[in-house]
Write a protein that binds this ligand. Structure first.
Ligand code: AMP
Ligand code: ZN
Length: 472
């Protein structure tokens, strides 16, 4: 597969370190609120990537953290503690909030056909691992204690800003948030690995550590959870584009300093879902959830379909009008598949099957071009191949696309059947007589019977899908 790698800024052939196996890590949600559909755009595209890699025969192990401690609103070391903010808002404990929104996140994922990763690890379950990696970073001279906190010393690295799109002056944490800078830091870009002194006196979750009672910074969790579950080499790391800095930059800094070698080869970043007023976020602007889409009568899979129609490396503008257009296209697609599901007999044409599998593979193999993969579905439907081949292809594609295409088509067909008026036995009998006449090529008799059927108020038509009887 050709995959754009944010580290090299180009499309590269994706080659896992160990043949046939992929270690894949995804930054999970911060569980202080519902995920918004922007967050879920990232998880949908990552899900497609995972499923496509599996489709090509690779054995993927995917790990995701759950951030339930340490994430401040700036993504750096300034701003409010997100979990504490959620707990105060709802007058609950941090762990109650974490449990509630973790469950809500996976319920939303299920509605969007996003597969649960093989390993899901909450940060609060791995504190000993963080302490051990931080201790080693101190020993190796990459981290220092100042004012009670432990900081990573970015000046010890040859290159800190690895995703070199980003300019240091644009990203200086503190300046960006308009918050006082932390005077303990030796360098502006240094970041906290462990807090014992923080402005959050009411911090609920604290642990013993060699540096005093405290809690971890946000970034350390992903390095540790990845290394613990996927070993010292990672093939593929995913997240939304806003994670590239500072989060992923810091993950690379601390992981490579700890390991003493390069850590992750490919970085996959999904661009943002925006509204007309800018990036969709929990702190500003419109905050739309899967439940809200459902309340408004939208099938969550239509949102997945909407996301698949554009490329993950372009920002995507959400509007109700755009979603309504996706509803129309999705329904049209299902309507085209529905008649195919009426008769599942017939044999798959293997050469046609291979031809379309290749078309689909080429689309996704070219930096996950999901809209071209949807075009492949349309091409199958337009083709002259038989229904069995079309259905087999659509079922195979849908293992990656996750749009429930066959199930939705079957439902549409069943609903259409159920809404058909009951046809009187006399008419059905005449229809059978007409079929027999046509078989014997007695078209004069067939026409006569058709007129009799019309006189009873029904119209009979031969279509490619069989005989259709409608009320006049
Ligand atoms: P969070 O729960 O804030 O840690 O974010 C979860 C994931 O959603 C991260 O990978 C973010 O980069 C991603 N994300 C945040 N906002 C958006 C957005 N508007 N569009 C797409 N992805 C986003
Ligand atoms: Zn992360």
């Amino acid at each position: 597969m050709q995959l754009y790698n944010s580290l090299s800024h180009k499309k590269e052939e994706f080659i896992p370190r160990f043949e046939g196996k992929v270690s894949m890590y995804t930054c999970g949600p911060t569980v202080y609120h519902y995920a918004h559909i922007g967050n879920l755009r990232s998880y949908i595209m990552e899900d497609i990537l995972e499923k496509y890699l599996r489709f090509t025969g690779l054995d993927v192990k995917r790990v995701m953290n759950i951030t339930d401690v340490g994430h401040l609103t700036s993504d750096g070391d300034t701003g409010d503690d997100k979990m504490l903010k959620g707990a105060k808002r709802e007058k609950k404990t941090v762990m109650e909030i974490a449990k509630f929104y973790t469950d809500a996140f996976f319920a939303d994922c299920a509605k969007l056909n996003i597969k649960t990763p093989d390993v899901v690890a909450p940060a609060t379950g791995c504190i000993d691992d963080f302490i051990s990696v931080i201790s080693s970073l101190i020993e190796k001279g990459y981290a220092y204690e100042a004012g009670g906190n432990i900081y990573f010393d970015t000046s010890k690295l040859d290159k800190y800003y690895v995703f070199s799109d980003f300019k240091e002056e644009d990203l200086a944490v503190g300046v960006r948030e308009g918050v006082e800078e932390d005077g303990n830091k030796r360098n502006k870009a240094d970041f906290v690995l462990w807090f014992t002194k923080s402005k959050f006196d009411d911090q609920e979750l604290k642990w013993e550590s060699p540096w005093g009672i405290g809690y971890p910074g946000w970034h350390i969790e992903c390095s540790c959870i990845s290394m613990k579950n996927l070993g010292e080499y990672l093939d593929l790391h995913c997240g939304g584009i806003d994670n590239a800095f500072p989060h992923h930059t810091n993950e690379i800094a601390q992981s490579e300093a700890y390991l003493g070698h390069e850590w992750c080869n490919y970085w996959f970043h999904v661009h943002h879902l925006n509204t007309n007023s800018g990036k969709m976020s929990k702190s500003s602007g419109e905050f739309l959830t899967v439940s809200l889409l459902e309340e408004k009568g939208y099938n969550p899979l239509v949102y997945r379909f909407f996301c698949l129609n554009s490329h993950y490396r372009k920002s995507l503008v959400f509007s109700w009008e755009n979603l309504d257009n996706a509803v129309i296209s999705y329904n049209k697609l299902i309507d085209k598949i529905a008649p195919l599901t009426a008769d599942k007999s017939g044999e798959v044409d293997t050469s046609e099957y291979r031809r379309f599998i290749d078309e689909f593979d080429d689309a996704l193999g070219n930096d996950l071009n999901t809209s071209l993969a949807i075009t492949a579905v349309h091409d199958v439907l337009k083709s002259k191949t038989n229904a069995a081949t079309k259905l087999a292809l659509i079922a195979e594609f849908d293992k990656v696309l996750g749009l429930d295409l066959i199930a939705a088509a079957e439902k549409t067909l069943a609903e259409a059947e159920a809404s058909k008026p009951e046809i009187p036995a006399e008419v059905l009998d005449l229809v059978e007589q007409r079929k027999a006449a046509r078989k014997e090529k007695n078209f004069a008799l067939a026409d006569e019977i058709r007129d009799k059927i019309a006189a009873l108020g029904y119209e009979v038509k031969e279509t490619r899908q069989g005989t259709e009887i409608n009320k006049l």
